[in-house]
Write a protein that binds this ligand. Structure first.
Ligand code: ADP
Ligand code: MG
Length: 211
């Protein structure tokens, strides 16, 4: 299976649809324990990505991720803008001069998620998007040794991402605006974890169609 940047327009459109379809629900979550702007921030970034999607399709992954990261950093705003910016810029750096395959991708993605941890001074268990991104990275890194088929891997990624969202429900927020509410955040899902899962599911569905 060859996953090339030519799929980026379709991936970006799928992400746009998934976020739009769930915008009200996620904004309601974000209003409970955040300031309610997360979906709006993300949609601003997605609009900017859509306007460049044909340019991305003509690039290699290293160049495409760099451009995507810069766009997200400048257009999303909020905490999530700089976090997603560093995810993609770091992935671009990590994959430089490598022949792209699953293990190079898994490694670049792992370094990208590490950069979210560093920039946000956060880790799993603190009720953020990391509660989705970290287990998904681990899932990809394990894929080679577990010998899963491509479709089994996609299913597993989706399962792990959904479990990550659900796990945030019982956590006390330790990072971001929600942390100001402390124990009152228990019982609510983190909006940034939910949008991470929606984006992952959208990308997996586009990749799945290539199998
Ligand atoms: P802001 O918090 O600046 O309003 P957004 O609303 O766009 O930014 O994004 C909020 C989301 O960002 C949260 O739901 C959480 O998932 C994630 N987040 C916030 N702070 C951090 C952090 N320090 N590390 C990782 N993720 C974080
Ligand atoms: Mg916010």
């Amino acid at each position: 299976m060859q996953i090339t940047p030519q799929l980026l327009p379709e991936m970006i459109e799928a992400i746009d649809q998934a976020i739009s379809a769930n915008a009200e629900e996620v904004t309601a979550l974000d209003q409970e324990i955040g300031d309610g702007d997360h979906v709006y921030n993300l949609q601003r970034g997605i609009e900017a990505l859509k306007s460049q999607e044909q340019d991305f399709a003509a690039l290699d992954w290293v160049a495409a991720w760099q451009k995507i990261g810069m766009t997200m950093m400048s257009k999303i705003g909020g905490a999530s803008g700089s976090l997603y910016g560093s995810l993609f810029v770091t992935m671009s750096k990590a994959a430089k001069d490598r022949q792209m395959d699953l293990s190079v991708f898994a490694n670049a993605f792992a370094e990208g998620v590490e950069s979210i941890k560093k920039r946000g001074r956060a880790d799993v268990g603190e009720k953020t998007m990391l509660d989705v991104w970290v287990p998904v990275v681990e899932c990809l890194q394990d894929a080679a040794s577990e010998g899963l088929s491509e479709s089994e891997l996609l299913d597993k990624i989706n399962e792990v991402a959904e479990a990550g969202v659900e796990a945030t429900r019982d956590m006390v927020a330790k990072k971001g605006r929600a942390s100001f509410l402390g124990e009152r955040t228990i019982g609510h899902i983190d909006a940034g974890a939910k949008t991470a899962q929606l984006m992952i599911a959208a990308v997996c569905s586009v990749v799945g169609k290539q199998l």
